[in-house]
Design a protein around this ligand. Structure first.
Ligand code: UDP
Length: 432
């Protein structure tokens, strides 16, 4: 174990998290798990002594180009492309400008970075440039793998359009380059590790499995009835909760269909679905709005509009009340690289029903820490939701196991220490 506290030098990491601004409004189509991950990892790394600079694309005129999070973490935003939210798939043409800003920033501030941490494929591509030009080693966290994502789209017959396919090909090439060049890759679950080895030809000695964590001081058990009063949720109703971005691959359409089955099978109880996430409006044409309209249509077909509440995106600080007010958290994704939402629910002692896909298979162990369902199977999902309500003993056991597991395995303090050790190892190995 390396103990950097014995040395007096400040260690510096530059994170490239182009669309994942840790201080952005979370829950819209362009911001979710990556933003939360970068925020938590940085503030915990700072506690272990790291000076962290996070480089993001400037996307909001109302906020400035630079902001500190505590003493040791700085968020630096570069203007690359229009100063507004753009689909992250369209960043490629702006990355050169972004990198030039980075070099200028580094030079003007006379900063030497010990290591780079690339996030997603855009941040990873910048990290390869830094590695080549500045000879700084780099670590990569993908957060999502293009190959697996595209395969999921194809598997469920939502065939990508020609343009999407073209973007995917480019992304896949870039991801393969990052996978070849990175000094180490952090896979967030053993499933992601397998995908990296199988589809990206990464040797297993360059992949390290380190999951994301959850902030257990923000997400801890609370009084249900109090939360229901606060959110104006009926005392007696059975509440299902979805938290996350409004995106087709998140499977919210399947969840609405399964709600219809649940109500048919158990008409004597009053079921409600609360959907948290998405920034949409009635007339917009943004991805969230299009998905919102599609979901509303499904809800209308089943006459379920009065059973579903669309809350829009809710800041992290206010989210715990939603978990507290609910009876079950449903994660119906078709593809989920990791999934922080189930961890938040588990930390709040809320039972989870999740698709058996990607990282969810690592966090939600069937009948142990939650219930697993076949992705995109509304009938299986309905059955498992009913099982949760009908089997009190199973429910209590799973909630206790899940809570324990979160405290031990998904604790940011321990996770950030593992990443700290990894950074130091890579720096040491890169020295001639
Ligand atoms: N989230 C939030 N407000 C919302 C919707 C989501 O703060 O309105 C957060 C949620 O609590 C979680 C993250 O966004 O921390 C979503 O992460 P996850 O890994 O589950 O999904 P991803 O966005 O990576 O697909």
């Amino acid at each position: 174990m390396i103990n950097h506290k014995k040395t007096n030098t400040v260690r510096r990491v530059a994170m490239f998290s182009v669309h994942g601004d840790p201080l952005a409004k979370i829950g819209s189509s362009q911001s979710g798990g990556q933003n939360v991950y970068v925020y938590e990892l940085s503030r915990w790394l700072a506690k272990t002594g790291w000076q962290v600079d996070i480089f993001c694309r400037w996307a909001d005129k109302k906020i400035g180009p630079k902001k500190k999070i505590g003493r040791r973490v700085t968020v630096v935003r570069f203007q690359a492309g229009e100063l507004k939210v753009l689909p992250k798939e369209d960043f490629l043409s702006h990355l050169e400008t972004f990198f030039t800003h980075f070099l200028t920033y580094k030079k003007d501030n006379k900063i030497q970075y010990d290591i780079i941490h690339g996030h997603y494929w855009d941040g990873g591509l910048l990290a390869t440039h830094a590695q080549e030009l500045l000879k700084i080693p780099f670590i990569q966290t993908f957060h999502s793998l293009g190959y697996v994502r595209n395969n999921t789209l194809k598997k469920f017959q939502k065939l990508p359009s020609g343009l999407e396919e073209e973007k995917f090909e480019k992304r896949f090439e870039i991801e393969k380059k990052i996978a070849r060049k990175a000094d180490r890759i952090i896979a967030e679950s053993p499933y992601e590790e397998d995908d990296l080895i199988r589809y990206y030809d990464v040797s297993n000695n360059r992949v390290v499995v380190i999951p994301a964590g959850v902030d257990t001081s923000a997400f801890s058990p609370q009084d249900k009835q109090k939360a229901r009063e606060q959110l104006q949720v009926e005392r007696e109703s059975r509440v299902l909760l979805y938290v996350g971005r409004l995106e087709w691959r998140k499977g919210i359409g399947t969840l609405i269909t399964s709600l219809n089955s649940v109500i048919k099978k158990d008409p004597s109880n009053s079921y409600q679905l609360i959907i948290v996430g998405g920034s949409f409006n009635r007339n917009g044409d943004q991805a969230d709005t299009l998905e919102y309209r599609r979901l509303m249509k499904i809800a209308e077909e089943y006459h379920l509009t009065d059973r579903i509440r669309f809350e829009g995106s809710i800041p992290q600080k206010k989210l715990s009340a939603y978990y507290a007010a609910a009876d079950a958290c449903v994660v119906p994704s078709y593809y989920e690289p990791f999934g922080i939402v189930p961890l938040e629910a588990m930390a709040m002692k809320l039972p989870v029903v999740a698709s058996a896909t990607g990282g969810l298979q690592f966090t939600v162990l069937n009948s142990e820490t939650g219930l697993s369902v076949t992705p995109r199977d509304p009938f299986d999902l309905a059955e498992k939701i009913l099982l949760l309500f009908n089997e009190q003993e199973l429910r209590s056991r799973m909630v206790a196991n899940a809570h324990n597991r979160v405290i031990h395995d998904f604790n940011w303090k321990l996770i950030s220490r593992r990443i700290d050790t990894l950074y130091q190892q890579v720096i040491k190995d890169s020295k001639p």
